[in-house]
Design a protein around this ligand. Structure first.
Ligand code: IPM
Ligand code: MN
Length: 364
């Protein structure tokens, strides 16, 4: 039987409880299919790790998880745990993405049935696009290395030819491989979001994007300025199939996109490079509700589906995503306006397990 080594970072706040919930769902999936196995190794990382050891993650752990087949991660960081410079401890983003060169941050934005969207008249799957955030350069390249004097501080936005090219290529690859085009018109379409009317870095990014676009004329390529894009993602989300953008724009706008499909708790993500990848929900650690058993495990469960897809277990991945769909369709659990489970997280976990068992694997 195919066995995968999975490094698990359970994280802080609600991280551990929803990671555990997701692992329960994964166990049901493995039993149901019986053709692959996940071998977990658990590691300390995040704010609690910082409190205990003075480091967000140890060099030893970094070395170990780099060798795993995939990394399954819960949210990390706690607002109360700060480094001497005042910034939050436990933030692993830069520590994994830059050293492992995880240049693609893939965030599927999909509206599930019976999920409250703040937008009017949107049907399930009426919003269904991939948000692709460049993950290793742009403004966040300056994370921790900006120039600081007592009178001024500078963080530099830098993009490279290699960085713009590889993320653009991946965007077109996704547009080609994804099951369907944009919900509005079925078209395969990649939208670059930039600010090339103002900054030269973005003009450079756009030029490279358009060069790549010319190699796949069957896929529509368009460019939007970031301010107009912020409006369009709210007013006509059904227009998009794949959206690609710079690191900080992607950080901000993907949260906006998440809000249009019922909140960040619904949204998974993949941080992918050429050798290493980690999978985590896009929400934070929500310490205010940690331990109460009401956190929404859907983003974490769907992150597991993305991980299975990456590992090549595409049928298992499709089944997991389908189980989530069915659970919402059959109103097996509901979310509160704040995005928590209305009731208990365990109800949601059990509903997902139950819906999984109903799926005929031969049909996936
Ligand atoms: C994200 C997060 C991270 C980021 C933080 C937690 C470091 O906001 O993954 O979107 O800035 O990228
Ligand atoms: Mn973010």
């Amino acid at each position: 039987m195919k066995t995968y080594n999975i490094a698990v970072l359970r994280g802080d706040g609600i991280g551990p409880e929803i990671v555990d919930g997701a692992l329960e769902v994964l166990e049901t999936l493995q039993n149901h299919l019986g053709d692959f196995q996940l071998d977990y190794r658990f590691y300390e990382a995040g704010a609690a790790c910082y409190q205990n050891t003075g480091e967000n993650i140890s060099a030893q752990t970094l070395q170990a998880i780099e060798k795993a087949d995939a990394i399954f991660k819960g949210a990390t960081g706690l607002p109360g745990v700060r480094k001497p410079d005042g910034t939050e401890a436990g933030m692993l983003g830069g520590m994994l993405r830059i050293p492992f060169d995880l240049y693609a941050n893939l965030r599927p934005i999909r509206l599930f049935p019976n999920t409250a969207t703040p937008l009017k008249d949107k049907a399930a799957d009426g919003i269904d696009y991939y948000f692709l955030r460049e993950n290793t350069e742009g403004l966040y390249l300056s994370r921790g290395i900006g120039v600081v004097t007592s009178e001024a501080v500078a963080d530099t936005l830098m993009v490279t030819r290699k960085g713009c090219e590889r993320i653009s290529r991946l965007a077109f690859k996704l547009a080609r491989e994804k099951k369907r085009g944009a919900p509005q018109d079925g078209k395969r379409r990649v939208t670059l979001i930039d600010k090339s009317n103002v900054l030269r870095s973005f003009a450079f990014f756009r030029e490279i994007f358009l060069d790549v676009a010319r190699q796949t004329p069957e896929i529509e390529a368009e460019c939007l300025y970031v301010d107009a894009a912020a409006a369009a993602l709210v007013t006509r989300p059904e227009h998009f199939q794949v959206v690609v953008t710079e690191n900080m724009f992607g950080d901000i706008l993907s949260d906006l996109s998440g809000a249009t499909v019922g909140g960040l708790g619904m949204c998974p993500s993949a941080n992918i490079g050429d050798r290493v990848a980690y999978f985590e929900p896009i929400h934070g650690t929500a310490p205010d509700i940690a331990g109460k058993g009401i956190a929404n495990p859907v983003g974490q469960v769907r992150s597991a589906a993305m991980m299975l897809d990456y590992l090549g277990e595409t049928r298992a991945a499709a089944m997991l995503e389908k189980a989530v769909w069915q659970a919402f369709e059959n109103k097996r659990f509901a979310l509160t306006p704040a995005g928590c489970i209305d009731g208990n997280m365990q109800t949601a976990v059990e509903a997902l397990q139950d819906e999984l068992k109903k799926i005929d694997s031969a049909k996936c």
